[in-house]
Structure formats: structure tokens, C-alpha cells
Design a protein around this ligand. Structure first.
Ligand SMILES: Nc1ncnc2c1ncn2[C@@H]1O[C@H](COP(=O)(O)OP(=O)(O)OP(=O)(O)O)[C@@H](O)[C@H]1O
Length: 577
């Protein structure tokens, strides 16, 4: 956790001021019992009212001063810890943004959400408590011991006897609590995961009447978390009464031995009263320390999870010196040379020894059965994943030698599952090019065959897309995500089965419009439907990650069995002829 404290560096002045004020507050609290003892031993015993008034007013002033210090230090620690939490959240988010898809898969979206929210809140709370309690507790404990010894050294032996008992208790609680806190965070992850799946898959759950099953799943995760939380809380709730009991017994012992001393004339009444207060202060300080012992393990479990994110070095990095910095100097020639790629943990490569060239102005289509590696192949071009061996070249330059930003600037990517963001239709299309003019947005929508349904919407291009794009149909979503890629006018278009939700007529119209607009660009189209790619200049047939055939439709019909099988399963004899 200490590693995360480096994020407190910008706030060191506030931290120092808070600690300074806490020190002053501790001194004021430690001084008050001594003043009270003086009132009793000097003022009350001698009947000196003027002295009682004088010291009484001094006590009031000191109490007010101490309170002011406490208020300002609380304000500073709250402000500092909140800013610390904000910075840390920002860093975790920034790091996650740089993750390759492999790293996302490894940590998991739900866990990343818990880590960015709940885990950081735990640490933020500890920072606040540390500034308030952690600093104060040792000051009060040490100061209290010094003051108690100064009042009566022999009576202080009671404290010497009690402290090890308290420390042993704290240690026992910490030993049992730490593993439980770690388990609790993982169970929270699990709960988040179930909740997330439920919310995302609400339609499927309802359609398959699985609401009861899901309720059970959620209940299990919820109860699982609760039972661990109850175990931890039981442990913690036992701590406070035990500490109070020890405090009360200590007070009894102090009064017992103190009374004997007063009886023998070795101690004054006021000093005993002050002594009891110091003992109480010491005990409270130790209780605070024990509370910290409870919170720190929990936060350190969170810190480990946050550090795991921060310490993950994204495996896809920009080269030290990129080969291409000028984004306009390329034409979009894509070459695959003996490319092999496997997903982590997979036995067989998803892409196995693939070589082909996709030329500007030409349409390269990729077809194959489900799971044959079409999407994977496409995902390698924008470097969502890095290949194991071979090379992918863009205009003769290995894409690993290019800055990711430059590389992706040249690409218009339309994913298999259309993703839209909350905002208007125009904003969603402009996601492809921030400074696109209204005319460019309109043209992109027109080529994507989206104008008709957009104009039928109440506010046209200003109509708002709901969260997750739920208020547009699957085909409309696809057309908007195609428009988003088109507005960029990139050198390379990657369509990952992007026409699957369109009817045949719209599909044909869209491809026709696309042809006219993308004459100089390289088009790589993944498709399931033969009709979508029948006119392509080059068709690559994939089978279990390998190339089964390359050529145009007619050539492949003659030479490639896998292609023929796909074609015969989809088209009638006349269509093929
Ligand atoms: N993130 C992943 N982690 C591990 N394996 C994966 C991952 N994504 C895909 N695979 C595996 O890689 C292989 C190729 O998958 P890919 O998605 O590229 O196929 P596809 O041809 O696009 O299929 P479809 O047409 O059904 O979309 C499959 O066997 C799949 O199980």
C-alpha cells in the first residue's frame, strides 16, 4: 500500500499542515488534565477562587484552540484523501485504457470496475483515517504515557502491565481479519460479475424464463458476500467491548492503587484524577490503533488489486522511434507474411501461417465457417493483439514499428457487434472524426444507407441514442457504425461481418454506394454471406485458422472445396451460374 502513497506527493503541504494541527490538538488534550489537577490540588484545596477562575479560563481557551485545530485538520485530511482517490482512479483508468485485449480478458471487466470504484474507496478511507487517527494515536499514547509517568511513576506500572494484553488482542484480530478481508473483495467481484451479466443479458434471461435461476445466482453471490462480511463484523464488534472492558478494569486498578497512595499521602487527589484521564487517553489511542489494524489489512488487499492493474505493463507498446509519423504518406497496402497467432492458453493457433496482400482500390473478402479465425485475423491489423511470428506490413512497414495512434488513424473499423455510445446520432458518427462537418456526417450516413431511418426519427441527426444503443434496431446500429468508419475516410476499411444484420436489398445498395466512395481505399470485408462478397476482387477462404484458398469467386468455385461447400449451402444453382 505504501507504494500508492506516492500519489499523495502533490498534497504534501496539506498533509504536513494536517499533521501539524493534529500535533497541536494532541498537546492541548494532554495539557487539560494537568490543568484540572492543578485546579483541584491548588485551587480547591486552598480555596483560591481567583486561581480556579484563571486556570478555568485557560482551560476553555485551550479546549477551543484544540477544537479549531481538529476542525481544520479534518477538513484538510478529507480534502487530501478525496483528491488522492480522484488521482488514483484517474491512473487506474488511464492504465486500463492502454491495455491490449489480452490484458482486459485476464483481469475481467467486472473486476476492473470494482477495482476502480470500491477498492480505491477503501484506500481513500484509510488515507483519511491515517491522517486523522494514525497520526493522533501514537502522539496521544506516547504523550499520555509521559504525562502519566510524570504524575506518578509507580502507578504507571499498571499501564505497563495492560499494554501487552491489548497489543496481543489487536494482533489476534488482525491475524484472523486479514484473510477474511481479502476474501471479501473477491466475493464483491463475483457479485459485480453476476449483476453485470444480469443487466447486460436481461433480454435473454426473460426470453428463456431464467429469472428465477438468475435470482438464485444473485442470491447466492449476495449471501456469500454477506456471510463473510458478518464474520468480519463479528470479529470487529468483539474488539470494542473487549477494549472497553480492559479500559474499565484498568481504571479500577488505577483508582484502587491510587487510593492507597492518597491514603498514605504519596499522591494528591487532583493528580489521581489527571492520571485516570491519561490512562483513558492512552487506552483510546490504542483502540484507535486497533481500528487502524482493522482497516489497513482491508485496504492493503485493495492496494494489491490496484497495484496489479497499475503494474501491468501493456504488452502492446509503441516503438521507441516510430517508422511512420506522417499519417498522410501511405496508400493502405496491407500484407500478411506467414502470420501465426494464438490466444493465451490456447492449444492450437487461431491464425496459422497466413500470407496474403490486400491492395488499395480492391476489395479483399474473408470467408469461412464459424470459429475459422476471420475476426481474429481482422483484429490483428489494428494491433488489438500482437502476432506470435511472421509480420503484418502496412505500405511495407511492420505495424509493430508504427505508433498505435498513427496506425489506427488509417483504419476505419466496423466491429462484428455494433457499439454505440450515449449521445446523439451525429455525435456517434463524429466519433470517427471529431471535426467532421455536418455535410461529411450527412454523406457518411447516406453511403451507409442510414439517412432514411434517421430522417424518420423525431430529431433527425440530433436524436438521442440510449445507453448501449437500445433504441435503434440491430441493422440501424450496424449502419451507424459503418457511417462512423466512413466519416474518417481512412486508407483501410475493416468490416467484421458488418452487413449481417442488413436485409439483402440494403446490403446490396450499401455495397454499391461504398464502391463509389472507396475507390482508393483498401477494403477488407469479413462475411458469412456469399452474396456479400461475390463481387470481391480477392476472396480468402479460411478453415481452422489456415488459408484453404485464394482467388475470385469463379476461380475458387473451380479450385476450392471449402468455398464450394459454403457457396452450395447458401446460393441456388442459378445464382451460382
Ligand atoms: N478472446 C479470445 N480468447 C481465446 N480464444 C478466442 C478468443 N476469441 C476467439 N477465440 C477463439 O479463436 C478462434 C477463432 O475465433 P474468431 O472469432 O476469429 O472466429 P470467426 O471466424 O470470426 O467466427 P465467427 O464467424 O463465428 O465470428 C475460435 O476457436 C475461438 O474460440
Amino acid at each position: 500500500m505504501l507504494k500508492l502513497f506516492k500519489f499523495l506527493k502533490p498534497y504534501r503541504l496539506s498533509v504536513m499542515a494536517a499533521l501539524g494541527l493534529i500535533f497541536l490538538q494532541a498537546i492541548s488534550e494532554l495539557y487539560l488534565p494537568t490543568l484540572m489537577a492543578n485546579i483541584v490540588d491548588i485551587g480547591v484545596v486552598d480555596g483560591d477562587t481567583a486561581y480556579i477562575f484563571k486556570v478555568g479560563i485557560l482551560m476553555i481557551l485551550i479546549a477551543i484552540g484544540g477544537t479549531l485545530c481538529a476542525i481544520v485538520s479534518s477538513y484538510l485530511s478529507a480534502k487530501t484523501s478525496t483528491a488522492f482517490g480522484r488521482d488514483l482512479r484517474g491512473q487506474v483508468f488511464k492504465r486500463a485504457e492502454d491495455f491490449s485485449l489480452n490484458e482486459f480478458d485476464k483481469i475481467g471487466a467486472s473486476s476492473l470496475i470494482t477495482r476502480t470504484t470500491n477498492d480505491i474507496t477503501q484506500i481513500q478511507q484509510v488515507v483519511m483515517m491515517s491522517l486523522r487517527m494514525m497520526a493522533r494515536a501514537p502522539m496521544m499514547a506516547i504523550g499520555g504515557i509521559i504525562m502519566a509517568v510524570s504524575k506518578n511513576a509507580k502507578l504507571s506500572l499498571v499501564i505497563v502491565f495492560v499494554i501487552p494484553i491489548i497489543l496481543l488482542g489487536i494482533l489476534a484480530v488482525a491475524k484472523k481479519g486479514v484473510p477474511l478481508f481479502k476474501v471479501m473483495q473477491t466475493k464483491l467481484d463475483k457479485l459485480n460479475q453476476v449483476l453485470r451479466e444480469n443487466l447486460m443479458g436481461v433480454r435473454v434471461i426473460r426470453a428463456f424464463n431464467r429469472i428465477d435461476h438468475e435470482k438464485k445466482r444473485f442470491k447466492e453471490a449476495n449471501y456469500d458476500l454477506t456471510s463473510t462480511a458478518i464474520k468480519v463484523n463479528k470479529l470487529m464488534s468483539a474488539l470494542m467491548p473487549t477494549m472497553s472492558l480492559i479500559l474499565n478494569f484498568t481504571t479500577i486498578a488505577v483508582i484502587w492503587f491510587g487510593a492507597i497512595k492518597i491514603d498514605s499521602g504519596a499522591m494528591q487527589v487532583g493528580d489521581l484524577m489527571a492520571f485516570i484521564q491519561y490512562v483513558t487517553q492512552i487506552m483510546f489511542a490504542l483502540i484507535m490503533v486497533s481500528m487502524m489494524f482493522v482497516m489497513i489489512p482491508r485496504a492493503s488487499a485493495s492496494a494489491v488489486r490496484i497495484n496489479e492493474v497499475l503494474d501491468t505493463i501493456p504488452e502492446i507498446k509503441d516503438p521507441a522511434k516510430s517508422s511512420i509519423t506522417d499519417a498522410t504518406s501511405t496508400s493502405g497496402l496491407v500484407e500478411f507474411k506467414n502470420v501465426i497467432f494464438s490466444y493465451p492458453g490456447a492449444e492450437e493457433p487461431a491464425i496459422n501461417d497466413i500470407s496474403f496482400t490486400a491492395r488499395p482500390g480492391k476489395v479483399t473478402a474473408i470467408i469461412g465457417g464459424t470459429g475459422s479465425g476471420k475476426s481474429t485475423l481482422l483484429n490483428l491489423i489494428p494491433r488489438f493483439y500482437d502476432i506470435d511470428s511472421g509480420s503484418i506490413l502496412l505500405d511495407g512497414v511492420d505495424i509493430r514499428q508504427m505508433e498505435q495512434k498513427n496506425l489506427r488513424n488509417k483504419i476505419g473499423f466496423v466491429p462484428q457487434k455494433a457499439v454505440l455510445f450515449t449521445g446523439t446520432i451525429a455525435e456517434n458518427i463524429r466519433y470517427g472524426k471529431e471535426d467532421a462537418t455536418d455535410e461529411e456526417v450527412r454523406l457518411a450516413a447516406e453511403i451507409a444507407q442510414a439517412t432514411e431511418f434517421i430522417s424518420n426519427m423525431k430529431d433527425g441527426f440530433d436524436s438521442v441514442i440510449a445507453q448501449g444503443g437500445t433504441n435503434v434496431s440491430g441493422g440501424q446500429k450496424q449502419r451507424l457504425s459503418i457511417a462512423r468508419a466512413l466519416v474518417r475516410r481512412p486508407e483501410i476499411y475493416l468490416f467484421d461481418d458488418s452487413f449481417s444484420a442488413l436485409d439483402f436489398k440494403t446490403d446490396a445498395k450499401l455495397r454499391g454506394a461504398l464502391k463509389g466512395e472507396t475507390t482508393n481505399s483498401t477494403l477488407i470485408i469479413v462475411a458469412q454471406r456469399v452474396s456479400t462478397i461475390i463481387d470481391a476482387d480477392q476472396i480468402i477462404v479460411l478453415d481452422k485458422g489456415k488459408i484453404a484458398g485464394v482467388g475470385n469467386h469463379e476461380e475458387l468455385l473451380k479450385t476450392c472445396d471449402v468455398y464450394r461447400e459454403i457457396v452450395y449451402s447458401q446460393l441456388s444453382e442459378e445464382e451460382i451460374a
